[in-house]
Design a protein around this ligand. Sequence first.
Ligand code: SAH
Length: 218
Amino acid sequence: MSAQLDGIGMTSRRTRMRLIQRLQEAGIRDTKVLDAILKTPRHIFLDEALSHRAYEDSSLPIGHGQTLSQPYIVARMTEILMQSKPSRVLELGTGSGYQTAILAQLVEQVFSVERIAPLQAKARERLRQLSLHNVSLRLAGRTMGWPEAGPYDAILVTAAPARIPDELPLQLAEGGTMIIPVGESSQMLTRVVRRGDDFVTTVLEPVRFVPLLEGVVR
Ligand code: SAH
């Protein structure tokens, strides 16, 4: 399969524009984020049987009990993160690689960690197809994140821990922002900003993510 950013061929521009309109109606304002979503072929991040639903504003299964996040959530988290103009970003939970692909178009360097090897392999192939070469992928599940490559201007977590793991905010650079869903049966999207040794935490809005787990799956 060949694919490229802005290769709107397979899905009509109108289908993608409808999604962009929905996101705008839902309050997404950052035009760079909206443009990256418009240009990114979300259908290649799904199995063929589901690809016809790629431009709906819903989360969709990607196998191994995991999900590709809803476009609104991807847009919202990215928009919040971009407010601090980060250049090096850590993503926790590569999954399909869709959120990774959006970030890679907006920042200089993306580091993304996944614990399920087959998901990472598929994501790697898709990012290669899209010629997004400013992404480094790592398979890990034991230590939280990727401390060796840090510190990061921003951290985006796409799976929910019951509480924020101590190691994660420590990987933020001074002034850096982390966006993370927190909670078990009910979760809240949470922003953490590093100010020296202080971590300023703001609870944003209710969300639903798969749990952040430990251990690599090969
Ligand atoms: N950003 C992804 C969302 C995938 S769902 C996308 O756009 O498709 C969340 C992902 O986090 C899953 O793939 C899951 O395997 C992964 N994950 C869960 N716990 C993890 C951990 N401790 N380290 C790395 N990845 C983790």
